[in-house]
Design a protein around this ligand. Structure first.
Ligand SMILES: N[C@@H](CCC(=O)N[C@@H](CS)C(=O)NCC(=O)O)C(=O)O
Length: 79
């Protein structure tokens, strides 16, 4: 089963735009979570340990959660 994906981003962040541009037109099932929403920012901090964006939350079918922070790593993972 495919992992469940969520991308934490800020619309003001160049690195986030890079990832969002990469995703444009692709058929990925990724929930987008803007950190302008305080609940999303808190979830990112509590789950991943820092507020840096972009961050891809990867939840395996077994419920294991990984937080991937680097834009280049995220793009590589999604390629
Ligand atoms: N090397 C990182 C840089 C990411 C980065 O610098 N993000 C900035 C926004 S553009 C950020 O989240 N700064 C706030 C923080 O680190 O809490 C990447 O390529 O994703």
């Amino acid at each position: 089963m495919e992992p469940k994906l969520a991308l934490y981003y800020s619309k003001y962040c160049f690195f986030c735009q890079k990832v969002l541009m990469f995703l444009r037109g692709k058929d990925h099932d990724i929930e987008l979570k803007s950190t302008s929403d305080r609940d999303n920012a808190k979830a990112l901090m509590h789950g991943g340990g820092k507020t840096q964006v972009p961050c891809l939350r990867i939840e395996s079918a077994q419920g294991k959660v990984d937080w991937m922070y680097e834009s280049d790593d995220i793009i590589r993972y999604l390629s």
